[in-house]
Design a protein around this ligand. Structure first.
Ligand code: AMP
Ligand code: MG
Length: 424
């Protein structure tokens, strides 16, 4: 990151969310540590696949029946005539019929059973009649080739089954199992150091001193990082003191790939943070055109002979901290963990109540979702919209995303919503 792109003072023209996201994405592109490890399939859930998986054989490994019915050679079907076939045996999944089936004969077959030699078509039980050991197929009931799954139709031998950079989901693990694999090679977890800063913070379990409040951000953010697949290095609380900040940064730089902090970047306290950070690397302090979450700092902390440690300072207000994490840090951490683009699903909902919105900045009101009388999703602003109102975040289903061009939103207008469920 060059100084010209990184440094913007807190008093400069606010930076748009999109520009901030772009600068962060450009800085971290291609910077993921390459280390990987092999883990068992279930341990791979949520991990990032380190290398492409190719199919070591055809899936399915043989032609098989897609239905319960009778397998026969489709060329026996004559247009406009009833076809009569003699039943000569049966094939079950795992118990193939091993003789060749001759023209005019058929085999009773169950779903998944190997298509016997000489057959290419299955007539389902419900589409034929049976009498005296024979099967009668009415004209047009099936076409040659119907109800047969082809060998390799899911995945051919050598085909790319899973691409490197995937965040592994249940179906990925099932697919790996269907290839006979027992392990997958995944990127090592990204180690993210986390600390909260502020003289006023107490830890849960301690008595609350006058004028103090409990440090909630460390728990919110540790949980969000864990859900993202990171290994969290909890460095605790740090007072508003340059020496203490310096000491904790040294630890973070030594032990982590990235560090996330909350608090201490508002105009009031940014100065000492800025001076301390300048000793460790190149960190830009931004005033962002967003609400909640205006102050934000991002940059790289240098370390000799090693890749830099990436630094994200989130605002202290609890809602602003989590919203900034999702909007600004999440994507970059996934990139640093080795994930390829993992677009967050947005949904469109009609606004159920007017929302006051100031043009020129991106606002993320907390909303609840429901289905409106017209059958479409609708979003209703939820709870206090103050940037410290954590309870509103708990009750909400997601964040409406109102871009800089948007002004007040009327009832019935469409808005984009970022559902929390999609953000893990
Ligand atoms: P700051 O960004 O340090 O100016 O903090 C903004 C507000 O967020 C202040 O009211 C702080 O008390 C509060 N705050 C800062 N850090 C935390 C934290 N870790 N947990 C809960 N509230 C916090
Ligand atoms: Mg503070």
């Amino acid at each position: 990151m060059s100084a010209s792109t990184s440094v913007a003072s807190a008093t400069a023209e606010p930076l748009s969310v999109v520009d901030a996201q772009r600068r962060i994405a450009e800085a971290v592109a291609g910077q993921a540590p390459k280390d990987s490890e092999a883990v068992g399939l279930l341990a791979a859930l949520g991990r990032i696949l380190a290398e492409e998986v190719r199919s070591p054989h055809d899936v399915p490994p043989h032609d098989n029946s897609a239905m319960d019915g009778f397998a026969f050679a489709g060329q026996a079907l004559v247009s406009g005539q009833t076809t009569r076939l003699r039943v000569v045996g049966r094939a079950l999944a795992g118990h193939p019929y091993t003789d060749r089936v001759r023209a005019g004969d058929c085999v009773r077959i169950m779903t998944g059973a190997v298509m016997p030699e000489g057959t290419d078509t299955v007539v389902p039980f419900e589409r034929c009649d049976q009498e005296d050991g024979a099967v009668l197929i009415a004209p047009g009931a099936v076409q040659p080739g119907d109800n047969r799954r082809r060998r390799g139709e899911d995945l051919a031998l050598g085909a790319a089954a899973l691409l490197a950079g995937r965040r592994l989901k249940p179906a990925d693990l099932g697919l790996a199992a269907s290839l006979g694999l027992t392990q997958l090679r995944v990127r090592r977890r990204l180690v993210v150091a986390l600390f909260s800063s502020g003289d006023e913070l107490c830890s849960p379990g301690e008595p609350l001193a006058p004028g103090c409040l409990y440090d909630s951000n460390r728990f919110t953010l540790a949980a969000a990082l864990t859900q993202l697949g990171c290994e969290v290095l909890d460095l605790g609380r740090v007072p508003d003191d340059p020496q203490a900040l310096d000491a904790v940064l040294r630890q973070a730089v030594d032990r982590a790939d990235a560090v996330i902090t909350s608090g201490g970047v508002s105009v009031g306290d940014a100065d000492h943070t800025r001076v301390t950070l300048a000793r460790h690397g190149d960190v830009a302090f931004w005033s962002l055109a967003m609400r909640p979450g205006r102050p934000f700092a991002f940059g790289r902390l240098e370390r000799p002979d090693r890749a830099p440690c990436w630094f994200f300072a989130l605002p202290g207000n609890p809602v602003a901290a989590l919203v900034s994490f999702h909007v600004l840090a999440r994507g970059a951490l996934l990139t640093l963990a080795g994930a390829s683009c993992d677009a967050v699903p947005m949904l469109a909902a009609r606004c159920a109540e007017p929302i006051r919105k100031r043009p020129g900045r991106t606002e993320f009101p907390r909303v609840r979702l429901s289905i409106g009388a017209d059958g479409y999703a609708q979003a209703r602003p939820w709870g206090g919209q103050g940037s410290a109102a954590l309870s509103a975040l708990v009750g909400a289903h997601g964040l409406a995303v109102l871009g800089p061009q948007q002004g007040d939103i009327d009832i019935g207008e469409w808005v984009d919503v970022l559902p929390f469920e999609g953000l893990c």
